[in-house]
Design a protein around this ligand. Structure first.
Ligand code: KIV
Length: 266
């Protein structure tokens, strides 16, 4: 059981092996994901939506993310743990980005950080990498810029958008990113980027040509049924299963079926 590292990511791309990534935010789920054999866990700021119930990821704080990163890091040994930098924890200045990214490695136990943005983030990425913090880039329909996009619409259809994404991907790789999330973009552009890069692309809503895929764990397990984008495949319907179990429990409590003699101390 060899630890997955940023180097493993590069080797997997070189060998043409697809990389399977999921998000996770808590100890028990991370343990299950590790047992299933996942290569990397992104402790995503999607926690804002799926864990805290915010409409966007914008309100998520460093302290919230640190707590999730610590829980996940305590749970797993083999997968690469990547901490997602929340909104305004890295955009204000490079020293701010170093301090906050450093906390995820020092206090959180992560092995890498992820941040959103393309050409405009190059200086920050290159400084983080130069002080020893591995960075995963994230371009496309980046959720922290949702108000700039004005809605969830796949990127890369217009030539200007295609060019920005391609230039950003190349610049992020040159700045030292070990990998890159491509989110919400037309698959033709994701393919072009993937073929251009030596580092692996990890897609979410970016088609089949990426070097790996990531999904939000609660979405693919069917715990967030109100969220149903085109790219999402449901691998379970746990929302319904949990509801059924709770309904049965309520029935048993009300009827006196639970607890039985066997479930009581004597
Ligand atoms: O916040 C998140 O969960 C993410 C992944 C989907 C890549 O950014």
């Amino acid at each position: 059981m060899e630890k997955v590292t940023t180097k493993t990511f590069l080797e997997m791309k070189r060998k043409g092996e697809k990389i399977a990534v999921l998000t996770s935010y808590d100890f028990p789920t991370a343990k299950i994901i590790e047992s299933a054999g996942i290569e990397a866990i992104i402790v995503g700021d999607s926690a804002g939506n799926v864990f805290y119930g915010y409409d966007t990821t914008l309100p998520v704080t460093m302290e919230q993310m640190l707590s999730h990163v610590q829980a996940v890091s305590r749970a797993v040994k083999r997968p690469l743990v990547i901490a997602d930098m929340p909104f305004l924890s890295y955009q204000i200045s490079t020293p701010q980005a170093i301090e906050n990214a450093g906390r995820f490695l020092k206090e959180g136990g992560a092995q890498a950080v992820k941040l959103e943005g393309g050409l405009e983030m190059i200086e920050t990425v290159s400084k983080l990498v130069s002080v020893g913090i591995p960075v995963m880039g994230h371009i496309g329909l980046v959720p922290q810029s949702i108000h700039r996009f004005g809605g969830y619409k796949a990127q890369g259809r217009e030539e200007a958008s295609r060019k920005y994404l391609l230039d950003s991907a190349v610049a992020l790789e040159q700045a030292g990113c070990f990998s890159m999330v491509l989110e919400g973009m037309v698959s033709k552009v994701a393919k072009e980027i993937t073929e251009r890069l030596k580092v692996p692309s990890i897609g979410i809503g970016a088609g089949a040509h990426c070097d790996g895929q990531v999904l939000v764990i609660y979405d693919m397990l069917g715990i967030t049924p109100e969220f149903n984008p085109k790219y999402l495949r449901l691998y379970a319907h746990l929302g319904g299963e949990i509801q059924k179990a709770v309904e049965e429990y309520i029935r048993d409590v009300k009827s006196g079926e639970y607890p039985s003699e066997k479930e009581s101390y004597h």
